[in-house]
Design a protein around this ligand. Structure first.
Ligand SMILES: Cc1ncc(COP(=O)(O)O)c(C=O)c1O
Length: 367
């Protein structure tokens, strides 16, 4: 029986293997494992890719978000607005600062933060909003940035799932005040371990994050602020630099695969295929459909040899970790509905057509 894994990056590895081997050999031979020119070069390349002036490598997407908020002096007494339908790290970074995460609902069609709900949640304490470009499609950045500007609120983009996506032609990560990316291995641009980066046009913020990620130092033992140890490893920078050259090509392959899924699944009763809004690209970090009997179908897809996952089964306002915030079931009906209906299908650049056909046949037989 055919088996389709949720992810398979073996062909990606074949593509970059030689370049990675050469780069790693250099790092191992010189013994220069922390910072140095490889990290700097990658930071510059990635910032340029995002059409931003500065890039600061850090050790994860979570830390990218946390250090972005810290650089904006977010702390106790502040409120940060974010969608309830996202990965928990979007909220954890707020909690680390001592500020209060304020959850809002998302759009039915894109699963991204709903701008009306964002507007309604603003109070005099609101310091920033974190739109998440969920699954790889940009949030409604024009409206979000306009509302934020009107209320003097900073926009920190959680771009951890959308490397390379565009909104009205512009790269995500460059639309708000700060863009935050994860290089967790399963991301469209994934390291061989943990990693992340912050991009921004603001020199002052970039400088602050450079200090914060490196013990708060300016000179070797000259510490200006109480910083952290959150740097991007040189080994990871070498891997990421090799992969970055292929990112647009791989994103196009993902988009083609998504189009083939859409073609095969369009019109199947009981399957809602993802919608791409005008003026945006979707880089399909995740290809998710919506199903009424999601849990049954999820189990049966696995029985049929298809690797599927649920991103995400519990919206943040209903997570045990946030029970102290006092939200209840029914507070964000769209987020709750999506959490009950969404199912992620196998998606990676080199997935073959016959594998996509196998997945779609399996799904059709179950709905
Ligand atoms: C939307 C979102 N935000 C934040 C993160 C956190 O990134 P990391 O795992 O690199 O800390 C992730 C991925 O894991 C994510 O998908």
């Amino acid at each position: 029986m055919m088996q389709v894994n949720f992810l398979d990056f073996s062909e990606q590895y074949t593509t970059i293997k030689d370049e990675v081997d050469i780069g790693l050999k250099r790092v191992f031979e010189t013994g220069s494992f922390i910072m140095g020119p490889d990290v700097k070069d990658f930071e510059n390349s990635f910032a340029q890719y995002c059409e931003c002036r500065n890039g600061v490598g850090v050790n994860s997407g979570t830390d990218a978000l946390y250090l972005a908020l810290a650089a904006l002096d977010v702390g106790v007494g502040d409120e940060i607005i974010l969608p309830s339908f996202t990965f928990i790290a979007t909220a954890l970074c707020v909690s680390y600062t001592g500020a209060t995460p304020v959850f809002v609902d998302v759009e039915q069609e894109t699963y991204n933060i709903d701008s009306e709900s964002f507007k309604k949640a603003i109070t005099p304490k609101t310091k920033a909003v974190i739109p998440v470009h969920i699954y790889g499609q940009a949030a409604n950045m024009k409206e979000i940035c306009e509302i934020a500007k009107e209320h003097n609120i900073k926009v920190v983009e959680d771009a951890c799932q959308a490397h390379g996506a565009r909104y009205e032609g512009q790269r995500i990560g460059s639309l708000g005040d700060i863009g935050c990316f994860s290089f967790y291995p399963t991301k469209s641009l994934g390291a061989f371990g943990d990693g992340g980066i912050v991009v921004t046009d603001d020199e002052e913020i970039a400088e602050k994050i450079q200090m914060l990620r490196d013990y708060g130092r300016k000179g070797r033992y000259d510490h200006k602020v109480k910083g952290y140890n959150s740097r991007l490893d040189t080994v990871q920078a070498v891997v990421l630099a090799a992969k970055l050259k292929y990112l647009d090509e791989w994103n196009q392959m993902r988009a083609d695969n998504a189009a083939y899924y859409n073609e095969l699944l369009a019109g199947i009763k009981g399957v809602k295929i993802p919608l791409i809004k005008d003026n945006r690209t979707h880089v399909f970090q995740t290809y998710a459909v919506r199903l009424k009997e999601r849990d049954r179908i999820c189990d049966q897809m696995k029985d049929k040899g298809v690797g599927v996952l649920i991103h995400y089964p519990i919206p943040l306002h209903l997570q045990e970790a946030y029970k102290d915030a006092g939200y209840k079931k029914g507070d964000f009906p769209v987020s709750e509905q999506i959490a009950n209906e969404t199912l992620s299908l196998p998606m990676y650049p080199h997935i073959t057509k016959d594998k996509i056909e196998f997945v779609c046949d399996a799904l059709k037989s179950l709905v």
